[in-house]
Design a binder for this molecule. Structure first.
Ligand SMILES: [Zn+2]
Ligand SMILES: [Zn+2]
Length: 96
């Protein structure tokens, strides 16, 4: 498994993945996504109330997509973005 780290210093370890970490820092108290809708796991397992999902991975990816702000600033006020083991940003942003 790749060594996934966040720019804030978080390191993937044990059963806490970097995806879990992002969900933790980006999910707002009221579960409202950047699209203005509330996204919560609904009554059907592994589906969001908006209908997205289908598997644990898809649901996580969906939550990350709707909760991650464009500026990647988490609820703690810190910027969180994936970096490679070498400390390079994992996702290139051509506008920066
Ligand atoms: Zn949703
Ligand atoms: Zn982080």
């Amino acid at each position: 498994m790749a060594d996934s780290r966040c720019s804030c210093g978080f390191r993937q370890s044990g059963d806490e993945t970097i995806g879990d970490h992002f969900l933790q820092v980006f999910t707002p108290e009221d579960d409202s996504g950047t699209d203005g809708l509330v996204h919560l796991e609904g009554e059907a397992d592994l589906f969001c109330m908006c209908g997205a999902g289908g598997s644990a991975n898809e649901l996580d990816a969906h939550f990350l997509a709707v909760f991650t702000p464009a500026d990647l600033i988490g609820r703690d006020g810190e910027k969180h973005e994936p970096v490679t083991a070498a400390g390079q940003l994992a996702t290139g942003n051509p506008t920066e």
